[in-house]
Design a protein. Structure first.
Lengths: 327, 721
């Protein structure tokens, strides 16, 4: 198992290196921070701009290859991912951003998964009955609803609750209230900030799992081995629970592992709408700010998360399916 | 579901006297099953009655769609909730129909157990075999200790003949072969000593040698548990040796019931008679054609007004079309469990030795112009010289390492002369299909030489030569549904090969009309799509397509294995006729040795990529020399109860070994019944030297064995007295 893990990690490391390097070349040849500097007042001279960038390691006079070598050397020797055009260190901001994103998404990932799979099983067992129709129709509706609109609707709902009560129970944006005293008040403040985004992302997130789990289970409820289990003396529901469920969970388990990176890195809308400055928002901002190093760093982060997801998917599959052997 | 509250007087009478259940473990009365479908209500089972006595075996025989499986599922309560089931199913006098799923669970698996058809999909892939056996024990014995359950599971696995049962408990289903999985299914079924064991086509998906093993296991299981068995099958051979009573079903209804002897030796219903005549026999050289039953079973979504078999019956008269005949006792039979009954108003006309061939107007055996010509004087249409196909077994993700070789075909040489049919037989995995693919490949880079119509693959370097070869040889595939493009009309299917040859349009049209007539299809059906035809008709279309370009050689890959017995006979007769009329040669691959015996002139028995015995079909089948051929032939069930019960049977141990670890000497040594009985000094020879394929002095066939007449190991011989 360990050997397999090392081998897979090694392969993914090479892939991450290649995508990140390609991303760096793309960024360095298309992003021109100097253009933005021209909009400053007073307008700096090109010499001043070049000099300030040179100090940040963003020398516009060097060609792409030279800058790539410098950048790579910095990472390999000092684990220094470079600086932004405004002088900020990428490393310093990176950890904060990842922490914000993780905090924003972790609860909703877990809730989405549990609720989605549970509802999938529940609706499959009641195929074409009212409960199934309601749950599955809801899932399809959510699928076609754009995320920004969905999140705004939840925000509006939270605001109207606040207004109805006449007190601010929920915060619809932000991470925490500045200057709150630690201890119990800080915890209440945290929950008040956390509730709305988590709720929004959960109720609009489980649709995919629900539909997939329902479908895979329905494919299996009439399988021959379920019939065998019933012939042994299990009731239909017992046979489905014990035999069909586990088999139907195999493809779902795989998809779970792969959706985790998508949530971590693709949460731009959630981060923007709920004003949690996480990694997704940073990634988009870096492009508009012509920030080569941040754009590349977020890309590298995405690749790493994807690789972890892929390895998790393998693990999940081996865990639930004995036919898959890890060699 | 409904209980039996509103009986007709006739039914009450039946229940009261005529059918006195006595001590039957299972009594089924007037069982009817209806399904709602898009085409209306399908009446799948229409009034099944039977009593199953303890320890007895009832065979339910019928073609696909005859309602035999639905009957068994209705008894088990495993039909979907939407099925409408009426009548009565009593287990030891207790009514089972109408019980809730939960109440039924008390009986399923403990009183009545079932073995299903497809062992590959019938076990849950994610649980170990042990878990699945123990589950069956837990359900009905919640208080049993874990050790006791495990011990019982080991016993069960040993009983069904799984080697090292203790270790195998922890194995997953995918680590077992099909035959082994079916043994596990049987172990699960008998775990709680059921009184009734229902086996639904338990061996249909298996090879003949494995079928013999599994039937043997079923036999043991019945002996050990004393259970009554309901054996459902389409194969008249399989039940001949096992069953005490037989029920023949047609269109959802029993049409004839009686003891095995009644049914096999004195059939009183034309359908039974036809069915028996439609089965080719492996044990006799027949010079007769098979009995074809024309037409198809009725659509059960429509109400049945007359005899359901009337449309296909050669003895039909006006009286048959008015009112469906009931099962009536056949005159002159009494005192049997079921009594001999037939649902035919003309059953008395069939008494004595009715000749199915005459009644069903079986065509005479066709005579070919090559029949009088000695084999050596006929031209060779196909010759293989030392053809080999080895697949490398690779390991590694990026850099592949060769860790072994699978010798799928290992040095094959044979030829086919004009007007003859050569069959290749053997278990799945022996290389039959690879041989066909190698012939079809026809490429200079192949190992060995393939000569088709005088053209060698070694000179087939351009497209033109290959095309010329394709014109000489055509193929008919196993699954007629899969082999025809569903979006092509029959006309387009048949026109395609002709267009490829550049034939003008008018000529194509004429040729297609000829072809339709040739294969016995109506020529005005050319604009229909394949799904508008029955399976047998589709196979006829497949044959017509192969014949379109006037080939000399037709390769038949299991041409009738997907067809029902009655339809199969018609297709076999057609193949026979075409060969004689058109002077064709056939190369056939088939697993059904009875079909092979009927249609072939010569046969080659393959084992692990090599021919182990070859010669004239009558020589090889009547006097097999190689132990493998002997075992293979003895494994085929014969539709003759007396013969089947007294016949010696060689039960091979284990499965076909993986070609990867093929032994050094004789390939077959690991399973050989003769080898097992040899003294060690002689065994050494089998293990070190490879026996050559050669004839004996004045021998009639070639075989590859050092001890052809060796004694068979007693452990592998079985006789049921």
């Amino acid at each position: 198992m360990l050997k397999y893990l090392m081998k897979r990690s090694g392969i993914y490391l090479i892939m991450i290196f290649l995508t990140t390097s390609a991303g760096y070349f793309l960024a360095v040849s298309s992003l021109k921070p100097a253009v933005l500097e021209q909009e400053k007042i007073p307008r700096p001279t090109p010499e001043q701009v070049a000099a300030s960038f040179r100090g940040l390691g963003l020398d516009p006079d060097k060609n792409a290859w030279e800058r790539y070598v410098d950048w790579l050397w910095g990472i390999v020797t000092r684990w220094d991912w470079g600086r932004s055009p405004n002088g900020a260190f990428v490393n310093a901001e990176f950890a904060d951003r990842v922490l914000v994103s993780t905090r924003l998404f972790i609860a909703s990932i877990i809730l989405t998964l549990i609720i989605g799979v549970a509802l999938g099983v529940y609706s499959a067992a009641r195929q074409y009955k009212v409960q199934d129709r309601v749950i599955t129709s809801y899932s399809y509706l959510v699928h076609i609803l754009p995320a920004p609109i969905a999140y705004f609707l939840v925000q509006l709902g939270a605001i109207s609750i606040n207004e109805a009560v006449g007190e601010r129970i929920f915060f619809v944006t932000g991470i925490s209230t500045p200057g709150i005293e630690p201890g119990w008040p800080a915890f209440v403040d945290l929950v008040a900030h956390y509730a709305v985004p988590t709720f929004a992302m959960t109720i609009f997130g489980w649709a995919g799992y629900q539909i997939a789990q329902r479908q895979y289970l329905l494919d299996n409820v009439n399988a021959d081995f379920v019939r065998t289990a019933r012939a042994k003396g299990l009731t239909r529901n017992q046979a489905i629970r014990k035999h069909a469920l586990r088999v139907s969970f195999i493809p779902v388990a795989q998809s779970i592992a792969f959706t985790i990176p998508a949530i971590f890195t693709g949460g731009f809308f959630a981060e923007a709408i709920f004003a949690w400055p996480g990694i997704g928002l940073w990634s988009i901002q870096s492009i508009s700010l012509q920030d080569v190093n941040v754009a590349t760093a977020t890309l590298a982060y995405g690749s790493v998360i994807f690789a972890i997801g892929a390895i998790l998917a393998d693990f999940a599959t081996t865990l639930v399916d004995p036919r898959v052997r890890v060699q | 579901m409904s209980t039996n509250t509103s009986q007709t007087p006739a039914e009450r009478l039946r229940d009261a006297g005529l059918y006195a259940p006595g001590e039957a473990v299972l009594s089924v009365r007037d069982l009817n099953v209806r399904f709602n479908s898009e085409n209306g209500v399908v009446h799948a089972v229409r009034g099944v009655d039977f009593d199953l006595m303890p320890g007895k075996t009832l065979g339910i025989v019928g073609e696909s769609g005859s309602g035999k499986s639905v009957t068994s599922m209705a008894i088990m309560g495993l039909l979907p909730e939407t099925a409408d089931i009426t009548g009565s199913v009593r287990y030891k006098g207790k009514e089972l129909l109408g019980l809730s799923d939960k109440a039924m669970c008390k009986h399923r698996g403990s009183d009545i157990a079932m073995v299903f058809q497809d062992p590959l999909s019938s076990l849950t892939p994610v649980y170990t075999v042990g878990t699945q056996i123990i589950e069956a024990l837990t359900v009905h014995n919640p208080s049993m200790s874990k050790q006791a359950k495990e011990a019982r599971a080991v016993d069960l696995l040993r009983m069904v003949g799984i080697p090292s049962p203790k270790d195998r408990l922890k194995a997953f289903p995918h680590e077992f072969s099909g035959g082994m999985r079916q043994r596990v299914m049987i172990a699960i079924a008998i775990a709680n000593d059921p009184r009734v064991l229902i086996a639904d086509e338990p061996t249909t998906a298996l090879d003949v040698t494995i079928q013999a093993q599994v039937l043997e296991v079923l036999h043991t299981a019945q002996e050990e548990t004393g259970a009554a068995v309901v054996m459902i099958t389409h194969d008249l051979g399989v039940v001949a040796g096992m069953a005490d009573d037989i029920m023949v079903m047609y269109a959802g209804k029993p049409v004839e019931t009686g003891t095995v002897e009644d049914i096999y030796y004195n059939p009183r219903m034309p359908y039974t008679l036809g069915l028996l005549g439609a089965v080719p026999r492996v044990d006799t050289a027949t010079k007769q054609s098979l009995v074809p039953i024309e037409g198809t079973p009725p659509n059960l979504a429509l109400p049945v007004t007359g005899c359901s078999f009337a449309a296909r019956c050669p003895m039909v008269s006006d009286a048959c079309l008015h009112g469906e005949p009931e099962l009536f006792p056949v005159p002159g039979t009494e005192g049997q469990t079921l009594g001999h009954k037939a649902a035919c108003i003309k059953s008395d006309q069939l008494s004595g030795n009715a000749d199915a061939h005459r009644i069903f107007h079986a065509p005479p055996k066709p005579v070919s112009k090559f029949d009088g010509v000695a084999r050596v004087e006929r031209a060779k249409v196909l010759e293989l010289r030392d053809v080999k196909k080895h697949f490398p077994l690779l390991k590694g993700a990026l850099i592949k390492r060769r860790i072994g070789t699978v010798k799928a075909v290992d040095g094959l040489s044979f030829d086919i002369r004009e007007g003859e049919c050569v069959s290749i037989v053997g278990e799945s995995g022996c290389g039959k299909t690879t041989t066909l693919l190698e012939i079809m490949e026809f490429h200079p880079d192949q190992v060995g030489e393939v000569v088709i119509g005088g053209v060698s693959n070694k000179v087939a370097t351009d497209h033109k030569t290959t095309m010329a070869m394709r014109k000489e040889m055509q193929m008919v595939f196993q699954d007629p549904t899969g082999a025809l493009d569903p979006r092509f009309t029959v006309y387009e299917v048949l026109a395609e090969p002709l267009e490829n040859l550049g034939m003008p349009k008018a000529a194509i049209k004429k040729r297609i009309m000829e072809l339709m007539k040739l294969v016995g299809l109506q020529s005005d059906h050319v604009n229909r799509f394949p799904n508008q035809f029955s399976g047998g008709q589709r196979q006829r279309i497949g044959i017509a397509r192969a014949l379109a370009v006037n080939p000399k050689l037709v390769v038949l890959d299991e041409p009738v294995s997907a067809l029902d017995v009655s339809v199969q006979a018609g297709v076999i007769n057609l193949l026979d006729k075409l060969r004689a009329e058109l002077g064709l040669s056939y190369l056939m691959v088939a697993h059904d040795l009875s079909v092979v015996r009927h249609i072939s002139d010569r046969v080659a028995v393959m084992y692990l990529g090599k021919i182990v015995e070859t010669g004239d079909v009558d020589h090889v089948f009547d006097n097999p020399r190689h132990p493998y051929t002997r075992a293979l032939l003895s494994a085929i069930p014969v539709p003759d109860p007396h013969l089947e019960r007294t016949r010696e049977r060689i039960i091979l141990q284990g499965d076909l070994p993986s070609p990867l670890d093929a032994p050094k000497g004789c390939n077959f040594a690991t399973r050989c019944p003769v080898f097992a009985a040899l003294p060690p000094a002689k065994q050494e020879k089998c293990l070190t030297l490879e026996p050559p394929l050669a004839p004996e002095k004045e021998g009639t066939q070639d075989f590859a064995c050092f001890f052809p007449d060796g004694e068979i190991d007693a452990d592998m011989l079985v006789v049921h007295a």
